[in-house]
Design a protein around this ligand. Structure first.
Ligand SMILES: C[C@@H](CNC(N)=O)C(=O)O
Ligand SMILES: [Zn+2]
Ligand SMILES: [Zn+2]
Ligand SMILES: [Zn+2]
Length: 502
């Protein structure tokens, strides 16, 4: 067995979601074989000295879109460039979305995605599948996809994108029921697509065509309403629910309220963009700059949002952070030059997700390194049922490891980022804390800052149904979570009639 497969990471502080300890880690053939002190190590082993560094599970990004075609454009980052950038930022596993067009076979779309990704990914990847239309045939294909053969355990339904992917409430209910029957996890894009459609018509009729119209057409309550409605439908369907890309304090409040009423698992995801920037950029005079920040739900103008979302992650009101990396070059964003509704939706984040959260939440004392590992890696592994293979530094776990240098300083810029896209929404942000080494299935792919990924080294990762975190952790009614403190807050009294500040 060649020595290149033997690696020792020595003198580091190992950080898992449940503790920090000074331990050495020995890896052989892509698997962690020993974790401890004074390890017996065979000859020919490469040693990485991790003195002063943190040794963490490689990041898992639960939300990416590489090579997605939407709104007349194709994403700039493909499965090679996108996963290469992920590894550069400390992420060693991504879960991408198969998004069938309405009427298209889900299995056909799944096979298309596999063809696009296999052979190009630099790290392991999984797939969620979009349920963008409904029929008995769709139900049947969900059953097939949830089988061991295909390895899909999560299905995303859209409550927005009215003419492209949106389901009505009846079909949404049926899809959630099917997920519950399969012990799979339903996910939703929670915005009210009908309100957005009418608001868009009115804004355009008034001559509001710039990127600022995007946020104006779908403000926080349009997201929060859909969060609440999705939770109610899930409860009626007897299903857990995962709400992707939650972008506002209002949405978090709606999720917390739902948790106080219902017993199935309700998971909240936010994004690097949400904690790293805000909606002030939609007013930028430069169209490229403003349009680069267009994603749905939009970034919010409330300047307290980034910190509030960090706190929600720290307090387990939100469980994990993704990137929703869905990047478009300037020429494609220009499709919406005269009509904000035609700006291809999406931002970058797969490369900077971990450094941005470290900067905004750990360096500020909002969360500790263990919680950082939970929300950037372990919780995604538990939710999608690949823990502790992924998301943990432990014997027999995959050797997906990031050696994090908490003192490594850099300024984020499109000029030197690894992504293909020609814009970075975190441009100019100074971060303290970044990966020094990244190990992907035992291979050193970021080597003291040098990126040495291998195209096609990653493989497809099956995510089995019946995740214990989702389906065993269900609380009985009497164990319903403690009513969130804010629910007991004094009602705000305005002109004599009490109204809850929810
Ligand atoms: C289409 C995809 C990415 N774009 C976005 N979030 O605006 C999504 O809605 O998650
Ligand atoms: Zn979405
Ligand atoms: Zn500009
Ligand atoms: Zn997305």
């Amino acid at each position: 067995m060649s020595s290149q497969n033997r690696l020792l990471i020595k003198n580091g502080r190992v950080v898992n979601d449940d503790g920090i300890e000074d331990l050495d880690v020995y890896i052989e053939d892509g698997i962690i074989k020993q974790v401890g002190r004074n390890l017996i190590i065979p000859g020919g082993t490469r040693t990485i000295d991790a003195t002063g560094k943190l040794v963490m599970p490689g990041g898992i990004d639960p939300h990416t879109h590489f090579e997605l075609e939407m709104m007349g454009a194709k994403c700039a980052d493909d499965f090679y460039k996108g996963t290469r950038a992920a590894v550069a930022g400390g992420t060693t596993c991504v879960i991408d979305f198969v998004l069938p067009q309405k009427g298209q076979s889900l299995l056909e779309a799944y096979n298309n995605w596999r063809e696009k990704a296999d052979g190009k990914v630099c790290c392991d990847y999984g797939l969620h599948v979009g349920v963008t239309w409904w029929s008995p045939a769709v139900k049947k294909e969900m059953q097939q996809l949830a089988s061991e053969q295909y390895g899909v355990n999560s299905f995303k339904m859209f409550m927005a994108y009215k003419d492209a992917w949106m389901l009505d409430d009846y079909d949404l209910y049926c899809a959630m029921e099917t997920c519950a029957e399969l012990k799979a996890l339903p996910q939703v894009h929670a915005e009210n697509g009908h309100i957005i459609a009418r608001n868009t018509e009115k804004l355009l009729a008034k001559g509001v065509t710039g990127p600022e119209g995007h946020q104006l057409s779908r403000d926080e309550e349009v997201e929060a309403e859909a969060v609440n409605r999705a939770c109610v439908i899930a409860n009626q369907a007897g299903a857990p629910l995962y709400i992707v890309h939650m972008m506002s304090k209002s949405a978090v409040r709606a999720l917390q309220l739902a948790r106080s009423r219902q017993r199935h698992a309700l998971i909240g995801e936010t994004l690097a963009a949400t904690v790293g920037t805000d909606g002030s950029h939609y007013g930028n005079a430069c169209f490229r700059h403003a349009a680069a920040h267009v994603l749905s739900p939009p970034l919010r103008p409330d300047p307290s949002t980034p910190q509030a979302m960090c706190e929600a992650l720290a307090d387990d009101h939100l469980q994990l952070i993704g990137s929703d990396n869905c990047t478009f070059h300037e020429k494609d964003k220009q499709l919406g030059k005269d009509n904000f509704a035609k700006i291809p939706n999406g931002v970058n984040g797969v490369e900077d997700r971990m450094a941005i959260l470290w900067q905004k939440a750990v360096n500020t004392g909002i969360m500790d390194p263990c919680r950082f590992v939970a929300v950037t890696s372990s919780n995604a592994a538990k939710i999608f049922n690949i823990w502790p293979q992924k998301g943990r530094i432990a014997v027999n776990s995959d050797a997906d490891i990031v050696v994090w240098d908490p003192k490594l300083e850099r300024t984020i810029s499109a000029a030197n980022h690894k992504q293909a896209v020609d814009f970075n929404i975190f441009e100019g942000q100074h971060v303290v804390g970044s990966p020094q080494y990244v190990v992907v299935n035992g291979r050193v792919c970021l080597d003291d800052g040098e990126l040495r990924v291998v195209e096609g080294f990653g493989k497809f990762l099956k995510t089995p149904v019946e995740s214990p975190m989702i389906y065993d952790g269900q609380q009985s009614q009497e164990e319903a979570p403690h009513r969130p403190e804010f629910l007991e807050a004094p009602m705000r009294v305005t002109n004599g009639t009490p109204s809850p500040d929810l």
